[in-house]
Write a protein of this length. Structure first.
Length: 128
């Protein structure tokens, strides 16, 4: 089981990298909080955080063109099976904002309505 990124999400990351002139990429992680226990986090890396990642030798790095997505090793087991997507505003479909969306593997976790908060279910906990 792995982490997936849609072409739409990769394309948005590439645009952000180009606009910000970032040479470091993004980090995907989970943090405690939110209405369901954990939050998905996708952050553009700054130089100091990137240097920390290099020192820690992150093993899971996804690449697409010039975009790199570093998977936080502490969070990785909570992120397995998720798909990162980027959805575009489309009023005709009831989408009133463009944003990254985190789609969960419902066998491993539950999510609330906000789409950013999640909690592992029993099958994920047993895989520890």
């Amino acid at each position: 089981m792995s982490i997936h990124v849609t072409k739409s999400a990769w394309n948005k990351m590439l645009k952000v990298i180009k606009l910000t002139k970032s040479q470091y990429g993004f980090i995907y992680s989970a943090s405690s909080g939110g209405c369901n226990g954990f939050n998905f986090e996708l952050d553009l890396l700054k130089k100091d955080r990137y240097e920390e990642i290099i020192k820690q030798r992150f093993h899971n790095v996804l690449k697409y063109g010039d975009a790199k997505l570093y998977i936080d090793p502490i969070s990785e087991m909570y992120l397995l099976g998720t798909t990162i997507d980027y959805i575009h505003e489309d009023y005709s479909k009831g989408l009133y904002e463009s944003k990254f969306k985190f789609n969960i593997n419902k066998e491993l976790m539950t999510s609330c309505g906000c789409g950013i908060s999640f909690s592992p279910n029993e099958s994920m906990i047993k895989k520890k």
